[in-house]
Design a protein around this ligand. Structure first.
Ligand code: PMP
Ligand code: GLN
Length: 390
C-alpha cells in the first residue's frame, strides 16, 4: 500500500464518471441505456461516407494542422455566419479540438490561475468540476432550482467577487434542459463587462432548442473579446465517437486556448474533420428535421415518464429529461435509485445529484436521455410504468 493516495488531491472524489458507471451497468445487466447521452442511431449516411472517403483518400490520416484542417475551420466560420450572423476568421479565430471536452479543458487550463474563482451553474456537466480543479481554480456554484431551473441573476451578481476570473455557462443546459433567454444573456453580458470577466460558453446543444431560440453570448455587445464559444459535432450530427469539437472567439483568446490544446492532444480525428466540414454545410432542412425528430422523442418520453409516476420537468432544449422521484420512491436518493433501476426494471438513468456541489438540491433528480429510437423509448416507458404502477 502506498503511503499516500496516488491521485492528486485536486481531483479527490472525481473517481469514475457517472456516465461510465451507468453505461457499464447497462452493459452488465442488458438494460435499456437512457443514461449516457449518445444516440442509438448514427448520423447521416452522407456524412459517414465522407469520413470513409477521407480515410481512403489519405486525407487526415497523418497529423492534421494543429488548429484543424482548413476545410473544417472554414465550415465552422460559415456555420457561425449562417446561423448567427457572426464573422470569425477561420485562420485565427477558429480552433478545432478533440470534442467539446478538450475545448473546455484547454480553455480552463489556458485562462485560469490557481485560486481564481469560476462561477458556473449547478448541476454542472461533470467535466467542468474536473477541469476547474485541474487548473487549480475554485468553482463557485450557482444553483438552478426546479421546476424551471432558471438562473437567479441577482445571486449570480452576488457570487462574483474580486477573485472571479471567469463564468462557465452552458445553454442549452445539461442536465436540466434550461435554455437561457436573450434577456438573461444580456444581463449576464452586462455583468461580465462591468466586472471584466471572461466567459466560456458550452453550446454543444445549440441545435436542440425546442422552445425559444439559441443565442450565442458572444454575439452580444461587449462580448466578442471576452468570450470563448465552444461547440461540437457529436450532438448535432449524431457521431459522438468522432470527437470533433471547436472553439470560436477573438484571436487573442483562441491563441491562448490553442497553446494549452497543443499539449493535451496536439491534434485528433483527422479524417473525421473533413466529414464534419461537410456535415456543417448540410441544408437547413437537416437541422430542422433533427430538431423535430428529437422534439417528438422528448414528448414521447415525457408522456411515458409521467404515466409511470415521475414528476417531469419538460426540457426546453438538449436531449435529456430531468425528473423528480420524491413521490414515486419516498426517501430514496437519486444515486441509489439509479443503481437499483436496471435490476428493478431493465432501464438505466443518471442521478443528477452527482452534478451538484450541494447534492441536497438534486437529491431526488434523475435524468433520462431521449436520443434513442422511438421503439426503445416506448419499451423503456412501459417497463417503468409496470415497475412503478404495478
Ligand atoms: N458539454 C456538455 C454540456 C455535454 O453534454 C457534453 C457531452 N456531449 C460535452 C460537453 C462533451 O462533448 P464532446 O463529446 O464533444 O466532447
Ligand atoms: N454528454 C454526455 C451526457 O451528458 C456524456 C458524455 C460522456 O460520457 N463524457 O450524457
Amino acid at each position: 500500500m502506498m503511503a499516500r493516495p496516488p491521485l492528486n488531491r485536486r481531483l479527490d472524489g472525481l473517481g469514475t464518471t457517472i456516465f461510465a458507471e451507468m453505461s457499464a451497468l447497462a452493459a452488465a445487466t442488458g438494460a435499456i441505456n437512457l443514461g449516457q447521452g449518445f444516440p442509438d442511431t448514427d448520423g447521416p449516411e452522407s456524412v459517414r461516407e465522407a469520413a470513409v472517403r477521407a480515410l481512403r483518400d489519405g486525407r487526415g490520416n497523418q497529423y492534421p494542422p494543429g488548429t484543424g484542417v482548413p476545410e473544417l475551420r472554414t465550415a465552422v466560420a460559415a456555420h457561425q455566419r449562417r446561423f448567427y450572423g457572426l464573422d470569425f476568421d477561420p485562420d485565427t479565430e477558429v480552433l478545432v479540438t478533440a470534442g467539446a471536452t478538450e475545448a473546455i479543458a484547454a480553455a480552463m487550463l489556458a485562462l485560469l490561475e490557481p485560486g481564481d474563482e469560476v462561477v458556473a451553474f449547478e448541476p454542472f456537466y461533470d467535466s467542468y468540476a474536473a477541469c476547474i480543479a485541474m487548473a487549480g481554480a475554485v468553482r463557485v456554484p450557482l444553483t438552478l432550482r426546479a421546476p424551471d431551473f432558471r438562473p437567479d441573476l441577482d445571486a449570480l451578481r452576488a457570487a462574483v467577487t474580486p477573485r472571479t476570473r471567469l463564468l462557465l455557462l452552458n445553454s442549452p443546459h445539461n442536465p436540466t434542459g434550461m435554455v437561457l433567454t436573450r434577456a438573461e444573456l444580456t444581463t449576464i453580458a452586462e455583468l461580465a463587462v462591468e466586472r471584466d470577466l471572461l466567459v466560456v460558453t458550452d453550446e454543444v446543444y445549440e441545435h436542440l432548442v425546442f422552445d425559444g431560440e439559441h443565442t450565442p453570448l458572444i454575439s452580444l455587445p461587449g462580448m466578442h473579446d471576452r468570450t470563448v464559444s465552444i461547440s461540437s459535432a457529436g450532438k448535432t450530427f449524431s457521431f459522438t465517437g468522432w470527437k470533433v469539437g471547436w472553439v470560436t472567439g477573438s484571436r487573442e483568446l483562441v491563441a491562448a486556448v490553442r497553446t494549452t490544446k497543443q499539449f493535451l492532444t496536439y491534434v485528433a480525428s483527422g479524417p473525421f474533420q473533413y466529414a464534419v466540414a461537410e456535415a456543417l454545410a448540410l441544408p437547413d432542412t437537416y437541422y430542422a428535421a433533427f430538431r423535430e425528430d428529437l422534439r417528438t422523442k422528448r414528448d414521447l418520453l415525457a408522456a411515458g415518464l409521467t404515466d409511470a409516476g415521475f414528476q417531469v420537468y419538460a426540457p426546453q432544449g438538449t436531449y435529456f429529461i430531468t425528473t423528480d422521484i420524491a413521490d414515486l420512491a419516498p426517501g430514496v436518493d437519486a444515486l441509489t435509485f439509479c443503481r437499483e433501476l436496471p435490476e428493478k426494471c431493465g432501464v438505466v438513468a443518471v442521478p443528477n445529484s452527482v452534478f451538484y456541489d450541494h447534492p441536497d438540491a438534486g437529491r431526488t433528480q434523475v435524468r433520462y436521455a431521449f436520443c434513442k429510437r422511438e421503439d426503445v423509448l416506448t419499451e423503456a416507458a412501459s417497463r417503468l410504468r409496470k415497475a412503478f404502477t404495478g
